[in-house]
Design a binder for this molecule. Structure first.
Ligand code: ATP
Length: 344
């Protein structure tokens, strides 16, 4: 596990989620390993960004933490209490402490209900509070997300897109969550609306002492918003560490490739030799050993046999024994494609 100064809020250990692929007569014909052996910890108040190409397992991770998918292996602890394992059903009370925010939180509001009814609803389900207690909470949270009390009597179609997002967030916040998983919160928004949403999320984090997991394709958003970042490739974390360090000195060849494909991010000069080679492999036929080796410019035949492990104890962990060998010999200068780097 990563070293943390205080005891962790979230502990994810060797989490896996596999999906059966069924064929004729509903027989299992293959297994899609969407998430495999994922471990990390988070302290209260932290923001962890999750990045990776489409299909790398980011949303599956979020949904498995949330209990939307039951894990195939491993476990999740929140505040020391085991909240997910292959044999465990998630309790409703625990669900309230962890919330998942889809791309557009406003979309979760029922168009036939006033905002007031939508904000009361989670409290009706999860608490036995009186109407007056619920109303006080709803008003407190509406004020925190800058929704005037008069708006509580309006329907979703009567308010602006920005207000709708804020109302969607309010619906989650009434439950006093500790950890919120934000899945692409800024996707499809223009830059000024993006900035407003991120500013609101920062403010809410301070006010309610929230911890966030931010899933995003947008490396610039992750860089500005999260202090730590985990990079995923085909269901595994290949690198995890402080965002500034990962962006300034990426270690895993895949992280270098991601950054090379996003030049506006800045960071170190990443030459073309770190551009991704070829297409991602079929997720039903993952390469043995390191899953990235088929597209990696540092790959050697030995990578097929390696049990490549993320260095969980490291503050900046990387699941590739080859980056270190390369960096020591070449002070970080990337190799030409196909260059062989001997082991040992
Ligand atoms: N319910 C499901 N049943 C079967 N396979 C699934 C299911 N959900 C996800 N997958 C598969 O798991 C893999 C990871 O998908 P996931 O949605 O977690 O990736 P992602 O990194 O979030 O992608 P994106 O950035 O496009 O949202 C993919 O190969 C996907 O097809």
């Amino acid at each position: 596990m990563l070293e943390q100064s205080s005891s962790p809020l979230l502990e994810v250990s060797h989490l896996a989620r596999h999906f059966p692929v069924r064929g004729f007569l509903n027989r299992r014909v293959a297994t899609l390993r969407a998430l495999d052996d994922v471990s990390f910890t988070m302290t209260e108040g932290e923001v962890l960004g999750i990045v990776g190409e489409t299909g790398s397992g980011k949303s599956t991770l979020g949904k498995t933490l949330m209990g939307i998918h039951r894990p195939t292996g491993g476990e999740v602890r929140l505040g020391g209490e085991q909240i997910a394992s292959p044999s465990q059903k998630r309790a409703a009370l625990v669900r309230a402490r962890l919330q998942y925010v889809y791309q557009d939180p406003g979309a979760s509001l029922d168009p036939r209900w006033t905002l007031r009814r939508s904000l009361h609803e989670p409290l009706v389900i999860h608490t036995n509070w009186s109407h007056a207690q619920r109303e006080a909470k709803v008003r407190e949270i509406a004020a925190a997300v800058d929704l005037p009390p008069t708006h509580l009597d309006l329907y979703p179609h009567e308010i602006s897109g920005g207000q709708l997002r804020r109302a969607g967030l309010a619906r989650i916040l009434v439950l006093n969550p500790q950890l919120i998983i934000l899945d692409e919160p800024t996707a499809g928004l223009d830059v000024s609306v993006q900035a407003a949403i991120l500013a609101l999320l920062r403010e809410l984090k301070r006010e309610f002492n929230l911890t966030y997991i931010l899933i995003s394709h947008d490396l610039a958003v992750v860089r500005s918003f999260s202090a730590r970042v985990a990079v995923m490739y085909l269901g595994r974390i290949v690198e995890i560490g402080p965002t500034a360090e990962v962006f300034a000195a990426p270690r895993h060849p895949y992280t270098r490739s991601l950054l090379a494909a996003a030049p506006r991010i800045g960071g170190p000069r990443v030459t073309e030799s770190f551009l991704l080679l070829g297409e991602p492999p079929d997720p039903l036929q993952l390469p043995w050993g390191c899953r990235f080796r088929t597209r990696c410019c540092l790959a050697m035949p030995e990578c097929a046999g390696l049990a490549v492990q993320l260095e969980y104890e490291a503050r900046h962990g990387v699941a590739c024994p080859r980056w270190r060998q390369w960096d020591i010999r070449n002070q970080g200068t990337p190799p030409s494609p196909g260059t062989s780097v001997p082991f040992g």
